[in-house]
Structures are given as structure tokens and as C-alpha cells.
Design a protein around this ligand. Sequence first.
Ligand code: FAD
Ligand code: NAD
Length: 367
Amino acid sequence: EKKVLASSAKDLSPSYDWFQTDSLITIVIYTKQKDMSADLVIVDCQDKQLRGEIIMDDHSYLVEVDLDHAVSEDVAVNIAEKVGKVEIILKKKDNVHWKNLGQPSEGHNTFIKRTDRGLFYRKCKLVSKTEVTHDTKLFCLMLPKGTHLRVPTGQHVYLKHIIAGTEVVKPYTPVLPFLPLDFQEPPCHDDVHIYLMIKIYSHGLFTQALDHLQIGDYISVSNPEGNFKKSQVQTSEDLLLLAGGTGFTPMVKLLNFALTEVSCLRTVKLIFFNKTEDDILWRNQLEQLALKDERFEVQFILSQPSKDWVGKQGKISPSLLSEFAKRSRRDSKGLICICGPAPFTEQGMQYLKDLGYSQEEIHAFTA
Ligand code: FAD
Ligand code: NAD
């Protein structure tokens, strides 16, 4: 009886196999999970180091080996989503027969809690840096050729850089290069670039270093992290997004996802809090989007407006939230997402709770 138990427990965890032809090495991972997707597979192959991580809920499965022989930089990843099979295909540099796949690392073939798996970083090249506002820039980073990585909606990555001899790590939330206005088109996945919208603080340790990076320089980017679940949006009829300053960044992919892929959504509102008019990120694009899509509405609220600002002013408050958090129908299902400076997010959460919103109806983006 013991034997049966042992094997059934083992059956829950993924397994892998590998085989070769004259020119290719194929590693097959059987996840035993029926709804695999490209977001859940992270592959890095540099020199002879191969690392393939599969995210399965709060667990992670890892294949990590120092390969037996050299392979080319092109790595193909095929995912049979319905069967839950992942194939990593490597091209041999020399047409020799491999006796084994390589030397396994310590974490190889383990299935453990995600939080127990250390963050993995790969070096990405800065390919462009464009101005968004007077202090905020859009950084475009290019993943190395051997990397397969997509940052899911609502998740962030960590950037790592050595500043004055010390390793410094900060989280950033990838955005899209722009807000797609033509939602008829299927979302185009560019799997090579990561776009980050970053505010440069004049006394900021990390952002000053980032601002000094030159095009062509490298910076380390981690695997994605975060606990946002797309399914929270997929069952909602009203979506309210509350953003303060760069707290707008997680809302970018979220907006795109909501308006392109969630058919049950009736209203999508963004309440965007900034200090001044000059601080509003992608104002024009947001206004264009509101004109284009009748489900979407945007409100800008300034905490330090100039005399001629005719729009709303102030900070996050119960009266403001009760005005905007109204449901489109009496019993419609709503989701409220909030992100910004810590006191902004904390106050917002408290006010929403006071107004009777439950924990399940609110998602706060934090580290
Ligand atoms: P720091 O050296 O830490 O200081 C920044 C500025 O704030 C300085 O002017 C400093 O004087 C002041 N300051 C520092 N601490 C405090 C404090 N406690 N109270 C008041 N003022 C203070 N930022 C983005 O621009 N884009 C993003 O997409 C983004 N995503 C994020 C995602 C997550 C999950 C989190 C937690 C944060 C995100 N941030 C983002 C913020 C980012 O991680 C850094 O905190 C930010 O870039 C500042 O880093 P820094 O080292 O330059 O600044
Ligand atoms: P900012 O200082 O320009 O402030 C923007 C607006 O936020 C203000 O106009 C005001 O309405 C509100 N606000 C600021 N401080 C407040 C306070 N103490 N109480 C109530 N409301 C307040 O903002 P910024 O410099 O762009 O900073 C954005 C913040 O968002 C950063 O702290 C960053 O770490 C955070 N952020 C977090 C995530 C995440 O957790 N996922 C992602 C992106 C940004």
C-alpha cells in the first residue's frame, strides 16, 4: 500500500525526458497540468547553461543543467497547452552524439514552492530610452536570444545593478510600448522586448543609475513575480482602476487585457491621481482610448494643480471613491485595482472597506 501512495504523490509533480537527433536536442517536460500557457514557461540558455522553469500555481518545476556540449543561441519553446507538454529544442553546435544531457544543478528536477526558488536574472540590453514626461522615461530592454520570458499582466520584475560596488535591486512593472487603440487586432506579442516606464528621481539611488545607462548597456532582469490573477477580471462587469503617479504602470497591461479579452466587462474606469498636469503619463493616449472605446472612461485628479486646471482636484478620499465606485447595475460584480505611493494605496484600501467593499473585490498592487 505504501508503494501505491508514494507513486501517486510522485505522479503529481512534473517530469522530463530528453532525446536527440544529429542536430537537435529536445527536452520534453510533462507538466501534468492541462492549461499550460507561454506565460508559465521561462527558459534561459546561455553558453552551456540551460534553465527551464515552469510555474504551476504557487509551485515551480525546474530543469537546470550544465549541458554536455555547446548549443547555438537559438532556442525554440513549444507548448502543447491542452496536454500540458513543454518542449525545449536546442541546436547542437557540433553534430556529435551526446552521452547525457549534462551535469544537473542542485535545483534540477525539483518541484517546490515558488517562494523557495531564488530569483533568476539574465542580462538585457538597453535598446532605447524615450521621454514620457519631464521626469519619466520609457526604457526598452531586449532579452537575450536564448531567453523565453513573458511578463504576465499584473506582475513585476526586479532590476539588478551594481552601484558604487553594491548590488541594488528594485521592482518595476512592465508596460506596453503604447496603448493599443485598435482592439480589433489580436494582441501582438513581441516576446523579445520588455518596456518599463520609470520615473527618475533627482535623489533616487537606482533611477539615477538607470538614467545614466547608455544605449547598448546591459542590466539584469529577474523572472516575473506578483499575485494578481487575471481570473479576477474575467468574472467582473465593472472594473475601477485607481492609480497614483507611476502606480499607473500595472494598469497598462490590465487595461489592454480588460478591453480586448474580457467580454463581460461593461465599464472600465481609470481614476488617475497626479501632482500636476505635466505629471500625467500617457494623457493623450488615455483620452484617445476613451473616445475610441465607450466602455472606457478616464478622470485625472490633481493634488497640486495650477490656477487654470478646470478638472478635478484633491487626493484620494471617501467622497471621491463613493462617487466613482458606483456599480453600473445594482448587483453587478465589480473589481477595484489600486496602485501608487504606499500611503495612497493604504488609504484607498481603508476607504473602500469603509464603503462596504469586500477583500475579494479589491486588488492592491504592492511588492
Ligand atoms: P530612492 O533612492 O529609493 O528614493 C526615491 C525618491 O523618493 C527620492 O527622491 C527619495 O528622496 C524619496 N524617498 C525615498 N524613500 C522615501 C520615503 N519613505 N518617503 C518619502 N520619500 C522617499 N517605479 C516606476 O517608476 N515604474 C514602475 O513601473 C514601478 N514599478 C514598481 C513595482 C513595484 C511592485 C514596486 C514596489 C515599486 C515600483 N516602482 C516603480 C518603484 C521603484 O521600485 C523604486 O522604488 C523607484 O524607482 C525609486 O527608486 P530609487 O532607488 O531611484 O529611489
Ligand atoms: P507622486 O508623488 O507623483 O504622487 C502621485 C499622486 O499620488 C499624488 O498626486 C497624490 O494624489 C497621491 N499621493 C502621493 N502621496 C500621497 C500620500 N501620502 N497620501 C495620499 N495620496 C498620496 O507619485 P510617484 O512619485 O509617481 O510615485 C508612485 C509610487 O507608486 C511609488 O511609491 C512607487 O513605488 C509606487 N508603485 C508601486 C507599484 C507596485 O507596487 N506594483 C508599481 C508602480 C509604482
